[in-house]
Design a protein around this ligand. Structure first.
Ligand code: NAP
Length: 252
């Protein structure tokens, strides 16, 4: 089969997709033939991302969507359906990591924000999208290697990412057999989100040494995994988490 056209005729929504991993996923899905809907909090970022995708010949539209805003989520789904008629792929990629505090020192509003953006928004977007999903659709939740072993500097963030592993299993059962639900657990990728780790030479080296492949991940590494899970090439895979972390310790 021609991998280039794997997603021809499919419609994909990717949240938090105007830069970093989300943008790379949107671009890859688009290059493989999907119509892609990009979104993030800032109109300027959305406009620039759409322009960049269209300049590569990708069918794309953009909608401002702060994932914890109910009206924004509704707009994202409704505008997608108005333009393209249905949805085949949803990649839930937004996350916040607002604190380096210990869990027991983290204030309640921060705990709420972590739960709301990293877990609850994925559920609510899928509630809005579910009636428009076609048979054979694919949902992808973006978790993290930190979900397996929440480290001190990102402990509560890690716990929200652990929750996505459970959510993946539960939704895969609930949405079967017409929709598959899978998860990606990225290792460390030098994006704005991970600047505080990857721009520090010593920390970067420590992370690289923890991988078997002796390097950080790239946004393209994550995008190719997402394209596989979005496509019919993974048609017998559901409820699974794909660890894309260069062999960092995760689980058996
Ligand atoms: P990034 O490069 O910093 O990009 C973040 C994107 O999210 C931007 O497009 C930003 O645009 C948008 N955004 C931020 N908050 C949002 C919100 N509340 N609602 C909607 N959009 C929002 O981040 P990234 O590294 O690609 O991270 C993407 C995902 O990968 C996250 O789930 C993260 O936990 C996961 N991850 C990353 C790494 C890593 O090492 N980078 C490792 C494991 C997992 P606006 O500013 O316009 O909103």
């Amino acid at each position: 089969m021609d991998a280039k056209g794997r997603l021809e005729g499919k419609v994909a929504i990717v949240t938090a997709s105007t830069q970093g991993i989300g943008f790379a996923i949107a671009q890859r899905l688009g290059l493989e033939g999907a119509a892609v809907v990009v979104s993030s909090r800032k109109q300027k970022n959305v406009d620039e991302a759409v322009e960049m995708l269209r300049s590569k010949g990708i069918e794309a539209m953009g909608v401002v969507c702060h994932v914890s805003n109910p009206q924004h989520r509704k707009d994202l789904i409704e505008k997608t359906v108005q333009k393209y008629g249905h949805i085949d792929i949803v990649v839930s990629n937004a996350a916040a990591n607002p604190t380096v505090e210990n869990i027991l020192d983290t204030k309640e509003p921060v705990l709420d924000k972590l739960w709301e953006i990293n877990v609850k928004s994925s559920i609510l977007i899928l509630q809005d999208a579910s009636s428009y999903l076609r048979k054979g659709s694919s949902i992808i939740l973006i978790s993290s290697i930190a979900g397996y072993l929440p480290q001190a500097s990102m402990a509560m963030y890690g716990v929200t990412k652990t929750a996505l592993f459970g959510l993946t299993k539960a939704l895969a059962a609930e949405m079967s057999p017409d929709t598959r639900v899978n998860c990606i657990a990225p290792g460390f990728v030098p994006t704005h989100f991970a600047d505080f780790l990857t721009k520090n030479a010593a920390i970067r080296k420590t992370i690289e040494d923890q991988t078997l492949l002796k390097r950080l991940g790239t946004t393209e590494d994550m995008a190719s995994a997402a394209a596989f899970l979005a496509s019919d090439d993974s048609s017998y895979i559901t409820g699974e988490t794909l660890v894309v972390a260069g062999g960092m310790p995760s689980r058996l």
